[in-house]
Write a protein that binds this ligand. Structure first.
Ligand SMILES: Cc1cc2nc3c(=O)[nH]c(=O)nc-3n(C[C@H](O)[C@H](O)[C@H](O)COP(=O)(O)OP(=O)(O)OC[C@H]3O[C@@H](n4cnc5c(N)ncnc54)[C@H](O)[C@@H]3O)c2cc1C
Length: 526
């Protein structure tokens, strides 16, 4: 394992000046870009991935944390997407078993028609996944449903339909993907923003110009293919190619609330197929808390820090109250986070965002900018495979077979003990524990079980550059308990400053910036 390579961002930045040309440059360090970079490097291509902020800073750290075939898409009749996602779910479960958990879900049913509908529907869901199914669905009677869902509304309850899907940690997977890409010989850099595209003879795209956000230094890099995998920001890069290009993406916001486990003290996740306005709602156990969401609100502007709207918060609280007997109040919310779905722009003017297909779409402009729209975390590997196939075809390169279907992702190890607070490091867990050596009591948060050693590990091996990187994406403190994470900001900054050789003013800047950001995840009383 060559983790040292990951540690030193400076060494990776130096590669920008020594590599004369890359086969592929991928813009965007979310699920989509990481999938494409992994696919390219594992086929033997030279690849550079650049992310303007931190890896997974955008949508890819703000998902519902499901690796799923998508029961909802089945209801919409999108069998092809469900089949594709179910296969990918099974592959990811095998390739990253330290991060993907086989999670049982229960749909509570309150009438006999729903019992019939969901039992048949979920049998179809099992059948579509074939050999890669995570387990069979079944109807459970009222008594068993009440045992499994202790806080559920009892009035009129007939029973429940239990089924299996995957559950994961999105930003931890992104970090492990970065490590895998680098171990395979690729370069992935955070805080490197693409500012323009270069063209050979003013025609075909020949590379990118970029700016190191940390130092302000500019770079120009050449590439045979440039891929735009910037999620809700794809139109900004398309405009760099052609300022007259039309809108290709529409953004839809989804909000989640994180609550203490006492509001939903079950091991099975809850799935409500049709809430008061027909949307799906999940309550999913995650790192000892419960994540409840989500919403589907069209938004006009792309942002890296989208803010939850009051109506979205109220919608989730009202619906949660309907299914949890103990009703959560605003003051019970530990964190509220919002993310933007990058959806291919609707074909019809009146099409609702929840009706737009979640399958991905690849576009190639006349100057050969490759752009990918839409998709899901679950299908990131297939999106990478499809994009690299398309590049090979368009640029008439000899086709190379995909090598990612059975490629273990960094950290991959079977049978992790999820009761160990450091389980998600997978095969790295013993090394993180070795860093704790002699300092077993130095917990930064006993509540969240986050240790000082994790901060050092994040800087040394996971390219964490800011307090936010550590508290939001290397650990999940920001999403699990925003107030508690604010308390941790200063000690984290002090440890990081030592590792990164930064001074007092850096510590102050970091603490101020983090406190301001985390305040947006705290739900205030009205
Ligand atoms: C609320 C919500 C819940 C979801 N739940 C699930 C789920 O449970 N399961 C599932 O499978 N999917 C889920 N999804 C979908 C999934 O999260 C997204 O499809 C996926 O994360 C999108 O990844 P991306 O890489 O395309 O975009 P992003 O993660 O946004 O990445 C794009 C990146 O490009 C970078 N970038 C932009 N411009 C530049 C530039 N000029 N230079 C360099 N970098 C740049 C941005 O900083 C950003 O980090 C959910 C989505 C939402 C919104």
């Amino acid at each position: 394992m060559e983790v040292e390579k990951v540690q030193n961002r400076n060494n990776l930045v130096n590669r920008l000046t020594t590599q004369p040309e890359w086969d592929l440059i991928v813009i965007g360090g979310g699920a989509t870009g990481l999938g494409i970079a992994l696919e390219s490097v594992s086929r033997g291509y030279s690849v550079l991935l650049v992310e303007q902020a931190d890896f997974a800073k955008g949508t890819s750290s703000r998902s519902t944390k499901l690796v799923h075939g998508g029961v909802r898409y089945l209801a919409q009749g999108d069998i092809q997407l469900v089949r594709e996602a179910s296969i990918e779910r099974g592959l990811l479960w095998r390739n990253a078993p330290h991060l993907v958990k086989n999670q049982t879900f229960i749909i509570p049913v309150y009438n006999w028609w729903d019992r019939l509908k969901y039992t048949i529907g979920l049998k179809l869901y099992d059948w579509i996944s074939g050999r890669l199914s995570l387990g069979s669905s079944l109807f459970i009677p009222r008594k068993q449903a009440l045992f499994k869902l202790p806080n559920i509304q009892t009035e009129g309850l007939v029973g429940g339909v239990l089924y299996h899907d995957g559950q994961f940690d999105d930003s931890r997977l992104a970090i492990n993907l970065v490590q895998t890409i680098i171990e395979q010989g690729g370069v992935a850099l955070n805080y490197m923003k693409v500012t323009g595209l270069t063209k050979a003879n003013g025609q075909h795209i020949s590379g990118v110009t970029m700016k190191d956000v940390e130092t302000g230094r500019s770079f120009t890099c050449k590439a045979k293919a440039v891929i735009n995998a910037t999620g809700v920001f794809v139109d900004e890069v398309l405009h760099m190619d052609n300022p007259a290009s039309s809108k290709s993406i529409t953004a839809s916001q989804g909000v989640h609330l994180v609550l203490d486990k006492k509001f939903y003290p079950a091991d099975d996740a809850l799935m409500i197929p049709a809430t008061s306005d027909g949307r799906v709602l999940f309550a999913v156990p995650w790192h000892g808390k419960v994540v409840v969401g989500t919403t589907d609100t069209p938004v006009s502007e792309a942002s890296l820090e989208p803010q939850a709207l009051e109506k979205e918060i109220n919608f989730i609280l009202e619906n949660a109250a309907r299914y949890f007997v103990q009703q959560p109040k605003r003051s019970d919310v530990l964190s509220v986070f919002a993310g933007l779905r990058p959806l291919a722009a609707p074909q019809k003017d009146n099409q609702k965002t929840k009706e737009i297909s979640r399958s991905h779409k690849i576009m190639v402009t006349p100057s050969q900018l490759f752009t990918i729209l839409g998709g899901k975390w679950t299908t990131f590997r297939k999106m990478g495979e499809d994009m690299v196939d398309r590049v090979e075809k368009e640029l008439q390169w000899p086709h190379k077979k995909t090598a990612t279907r059975h490629l273990p992702i960094h950290g991959s190890v079977a049978n992790v003990n999820q009761n160990d607070p450091l389980y998600f490091y997978g095969s790295d867990t013993p090394q993180v524990k070795a860093l704790m050596n002699g300092h077993a009591n130095q917990w930064l948060s006993t509540k969240l079980q986050i240790h000082e050693a994790q901060v050092k590990w994040a800087v040394q091996h996971e390219m964490a550059r800011t307090v936010e990187d550590v508290l939001s994406r290397r650990t999940r403190a920001l999403l699990l308990d925003a107030r508690e994470s604010m308390r941790m900001a200063e000690p984290v900054a002090i440890i990081m400053a030592k590792e990164l050789q930064k001074d007092e003013s850096w510590i102050k800047e970091q603490v101020d910036a983090y406190t301001k950001l985390a305040d947006g995840y705290v739900l205030k009383e009205l």
